[in-house]
Structure formats: C-alpha cells, structure tokens
Design a protein around this ligand. Structure first.
Ligand code: PGA
Ligand code: ZN
Length: 379
C-alpha cells in the first residue's frame, strides 16, 4: 500500500513530435506512449491537454490522501472512467498514472532478461516504401543484455551499409532504415547480414493497415490477396526466409486467417497478435478459442493500466502463448516497459534503436547490473 500525497501532470512531446501526457505520483513519473498503426479495439486516447487538466483537477482531488496498491489504483481509475475502453478519461491518462504509480513502487523482482526484437527496416504507416511495416531481428545468441544490445546495433549498421550500396536510404519514425528496395531483396540482405551477425528474423505485417475490407492490398507489388491467399503468402515468406516471428499477418478481425497460418507454421514460428489481441484478456480469450496465436504483443497503453495488461500477460502464460513486450511508434524517454518486462519475466521486448528506444535498452542494461545472477530469458 502507498498513500498518494501528490499528483501532477504536464504535456511532453513524443518522438513523432506529438504532445502526450506525463503524470507524476509522489515524485515518480510515467508517460503515455502513442501508436500510429493503432488497432480499433485499443483503449481510446484523449487530447494531451485535456488529459493534463483531468489529472491536475478532478483526478488529483479524488486520489490524493488515499492509500492504494497498483491493483486498487488501477481498479479505481477504471471505475472513475465508467467506460469499457477508457473513452472518458482516456487510456493515455490512465496509462500515465498507472505507470507513475508502478515506477514509484518499483523494485527489481526477477533476473531473467528479455531479448530485444529490433526494427531494422520499415515502411507502412511508420514511413518508407515497404508494404510490410517492420522487418525485425532478434540477437538470439547473446549471453547478456549488453551483448544483445550491441549485436542489434551491429546488425542495424551492417544492414544499413548494404542498403546504402543500392541507393539513398532514410530513417522512419521508429528509427528503422527506409529505402526503395524490393521485399525479396530486403529479406536477402537480412539473411546476408545474419551470416556474420547472428540474429533471427521476423516481420510485423501490420496487416490491419493493408486490409480494405475485402482484400489485403500491397501497393508496391500490386498484390491483392483474399484471406486464404494471404495465409499462403505469409506461409511462403515464413518458410523461404526462415522467419521465427510473424506479427499481425492479418486484419484485427481475421481470427481465421491467424488460425490457418498458425496451423501451417506455428510449430516453428511465433504467430503473434497485436491489433488482434490489444493486450486485452477478453480479446486473447477469443484468439485462444480459435487457436489463432502462439504469441501476443504487450502494449500496456492498448488496455490502459498496468493491472489490466498483467491480466492479459498471465492468461497468455497459462495458455503457453509467448508474451512480447513492445514500445509504440510514438515513444518518450519513459522506460516503464523495460521494468515491466523483467518483473513479468517476458522473454522478448520489441524496441528499436531510436533515441527513445535507447532509453529502454539502457534501463535494461542498468537493471542487469543490479540483478542477482542475471541471465537472458529462455526462448
Ligand atoms: P504503433 O504500432 O505504430 O501503433 O505503435 C507498432 C506495431 O504495429 O507494432
Ligand atoms: Zn504490430
């Protein structure tokens, strides 16, 4: 239990230059990240300015002077909000407060560290030519977090110099390389780098963004695939390039697409839900009923509190689904997700090499030095 003696909030910018809300409880801070390719089932955000006024006014009034645990505070926020999806107070408001409380109370409880899953080449709504939103690598042979961090950076740099040989390259909002390179060639370059810098390869198709209600539309290649054809295409990519990870290969309502793909490649590949499951235990239960996933993205702001995110994480664990903690494309220097990943023993954390992601990487490196006999997670 902790008595809340002081609450404050202010506006800060995320890495996309958008305002977001940062809350402070008893001197500890928490900031809400924001998404760009958001799922329709996520907690709703309100304007950052309104979130700040809400915290500094009515919420401060209701909460200061009372004692809470993380769970009772998060329950109270949910109760005050009264909606299913935090549409009244905003999932950003609740996330900032919930993170601040968590950070005030934080002590390191576990010693198993997540492998970073790093976005090295990108497109889609994050910027870039590629239809597939993210090409990801995970340094699975690393023996320590700092080695994993170093290997990710080496991989990124090596990939970037190969891409530069083919023409101009840029950098999108997640810090991933962007270039006008065909999808097949991106995979070839990734495999080439992986010969020297050991890493496994994965993708986030962010396919809710490709789905037009009837087909998955790939603007670059001109492909237009129905759900069955998308299953075949995603299977072919996973097998050809030996992918260990395939996130949001289908639209957020296409449970059957996920289920078909999992049937075909699930023995070797993590078939991961993001927009599909939105860190929501009820959505995960629907996915489990249809045997649609064997991995789940964990973005606490998708559901609005630490406690609700933990509920989904625990359900995933009990069902043998691999949890993947994840940043958003609109991040701040808040590193709460790094601390949550270790204390919740989550084996993978999807962060990139943008400045705001380095903050999370550094927090994990710092926690490693504090942990009792730290080790990398079992994959
Ligand atoms: P975001 O999504 O842009 O909504 O944060 C990133 C992702 O799809 O994983
Ligand atoms: Zn995603």
């Amino acid at each position: 239990m902790m008595k809340i003696t002081d609450i404050k909030a202010g506006k800060i910018k995320d890495c996309r230059g958008k305002w977001t809300v940062e809350a402070e409880i008893n001197g500890a801070k928490g900031a809400a990240p924001g998404g760009t390719s958001k799922g329709i089932y996520e907690a709703k955000e309100i304007d950052a300015e309104d979130a700040v006024s809400l915290i500094n006014g009515p919420l401060k009034e209701k909460l200061v002077g009372r004692e809470f645990t993380q769970e009772t505070l998060d329950d109270e926020l949910k109760k005050i909000d009264e909606s299913q999806d935090f549409s009244n107070m905003g999932g950003n408001t609740s996330t900032a407060l919930s993170f601040a409380f968590f950070n005030r109370e934080f002590t390191l409880k576990k010693s198993s560290f997540p492998f970073p899953l790093v976005n090295v080449f990108g497109g889609g709504k994050h910027g870039g030519f590629s239809d597939i939103q993210e090409f990801l690598v995970m340094p699975h042979e690393a023996k320590s977090f700092s080695e994993a961090f170093e290997t990710s950076k080496r991989f990124y740099d090596a990939f970037k110099s190969l891409a530069e040989k083919r023409g101009p390259v840029g950098r999108n909002i997640e810090g991933a390389v962007t270039a006008n390179i065909r999808q097949e060639d991106v995979f070839d370059l990734l495999l080439k780098v992986a010969e020297d810098v050991p890493a496994k390869i994965g993708i986030d198709a962010a396919a809710s963004e490709l789905w037009n209600g009837e087909k998955y539309v790939y603007r670059n290649s001109g492909r237009e695939l129905d759900s069955g054809e998308q299953v075949d295409f995603m299977k072919e990519i996973a097998e050809t390039y030996n992918l260990f990870y395939s996130e949001d290969a289908f639209d957020q309502d296409d449970f059957m697409g996920f289920a078909e793909l999992k049937k075909k490649i699930g023995a070797k590949t993590l078939v991961c839900g993001d927009d599909l499951t939105v860190t929501n235990a009820d959505r995960l239960r629907m996915a489990l009923d249809k045997d649609a996933v064997n991995a789940m993205i964990v973005k606490p702001n998708q559901i609005g509190t630490v406690t609700l995110a933990l509920k989904a994480v625990e359900l995933a664990k009990s069902a043998g689904v691999t949890n993947v903690m994840s940043h958003r494309s609109g991040e701040t220097f808040d590193s709460t997700i790094a601390r949550l990943a270790v204390n919740w023993e989550i084996p993978i954390i999807k962060i990139g090499l943008a400045d705001t992601d380095i903050a999370k990487m550094n927090e994990l490196a710092r926690l490693w030095s504090l942990a009792d006999r730290p080790k990398m997670a079992k994959l």
